[in-house]
Design a protein around this ligand. Structure first.
Ligand code: SAH
Ligand code: SF4
Length: 352
């Protein structure tokens, strides 16, 4: 596989491309103009472009399919250099706001749900990605390439704000080195300039890696896929809970450097008859005591062949009300793009 220009921080590119102002110009072409071929880079000398093109691709990601939902969600299927495929989702979080005269007060807000691996090793019992097993880690350039390609495809200017959630296919902390590199590249001032605050790493709870991510001090948010309040059920749902139990995760979260104005998100996948009772809600309140937490309840989304069921709306609301009454912030995730199965973690592999 050829390396890509998206694999590099500006500093690294400066070591490859001399003089350094040329590296900056190339960064501008890639991240501000979304150039995906060398010909477009008008002010770069031809011999430099020839030399670079022998060694590096620009964006290694090829869009091979696109499904558009009624609510503005778009699910992309990418083909990688080795023919493997992954999915990325463009989510509309807020519509454009207009005043009485039809002038824009606030532009629409978008979030990109990014994949970090082809498949996943964690093997959660409820997750479709897990069904295909694990193939390989994505490179930093393949993680960055998803965002560049989606911004380009949606004519989203480089300086328009975007949020990134690492909630697509794969376990981000199982690919920590490439993830950290991608986070740094997104943060580059001369690039997309997406601060750590706008990037959320969702993890199934590799507690030692939560510590390592914290030590890297990248300024990112974390979301913990908790899903259960006792280790027995959690180990049924997430087999590696045996090695990283609930207590070890909670302790790692307490050590994680968090922006004092922000909260740690705990994702709680609600499965009918498994964890949707108020006894579980009560335990959850106790477990999160002392943590600046926010709970996001997610309806389990059934798919053919699964043994689990979607909870009732009443139970979901009762669960939420219990948490709120006991002082926890709690939202119920609306399933965006449900008609195209594009909700995060719901990335189907029907095209693969
Ligand atoms: N591996 C990471 C990030 C990707 S999964 C993690 O597990 O956190 C992102 C989210 O999708 C997780 O919170 C996961 O619980 C959720 N998810 C997976 N399968 C789902 C399903 N069938 N219905 C609803 N949410 C699901
Ligand atoms: Fe992997 Fe996350 Fe799916 Fe679990 S829920 S198998 S960690 S992608």
């Amino acid at each position: 596989m050829k390396q890509s220009l998206l694999d590099f921080t500006l500093k690294e590119l400066t070591n490859i491309v001399k003089p350094s102002f040329r590296a900056k110009q190339i960064y501008g072409w890639i991240y501000h103009q979304y150039a995906d071929n060398y010909e477009d880079m008008k002010n770069i000398p031809k011999n430099l472009k020839d030399e670079l093109s022998k060694k590096f691709l620009i964006n290694p990601m090829k869009i091979v399919n696109k499904e558009i939902s009624n609510d503005g969600t778009i699910k992309y299927l990418f083909e990688l250099q080795d023919g493997k495929t992954i999915e990325t989702v463009w989510l509309k979080m807020k519509d454009t706001q207009y005043d009485k005269n039809g002038e824009i007060i606030q532009e629409a807000k978008y979030t990109i749900c990014v994949s970090t691996q082809v498949g996943c090793k964690v093997g959660c019992a409820f997750c479709l990605t897990a069904k295909g097993g694990f193939t390989r880690d994505l490179t930093a350039g393949e993680i960055v390439g998803q965002v560049v390609a989606l911004k380009k495809d949606n004519n989203h200017k480089h300086n328009r704000m975007i949020n990134i959630v690492y909630m697509g296919m794969g376990e981000p902390l199982d690919n920590l080195e490439n993830l950290a590199k991608a986070i740094e590249i997104f943060k580059e001032d001369e690039g997309l300039c997406i601060s750590g605050k706008r990037q959320t790493v969702s993890t199934s709870g590799l507690s030692n890696k939560i510590d390592r991510l914290g030590e890297m001090d990248l300024g990112v948010h974390i979301a913990i896929s908790l899903h259960a309040v006792d280790d027995e059920l959690r180990s049924e749902l997430i087999p590696m809970n045996k090695a990283h139990n609930i207590n070890s995760i909670i302790e790692a979260v307490k050590r994680f450097p968090i922006d004092t104005r922000k909260r740690v998100m705990f994702e709680y996948l609600v499965i009918k008859g498994k964890n949707d009772d108020l006894g579980s809600a009560k335990k959850l309140v106790k477990l999160l005591h002392g943590i600046k937490a926010k709970v996001n309840l997610i309806y389990f989304n059934p798919y053919p062949g699964t043994n689990y069921d979607r909870p009732s709306k009443e139970d979901m609301i009762a669960f939420q009300e219990y948490l709120v009454k006991h002082g926890l912030l709690c939202t119920i995730r609306d399933s965006k793009g449900i008609d195209i199965s594009a909700a995060c973690g719901q990335l189907k592999e029907k095209n693969v």
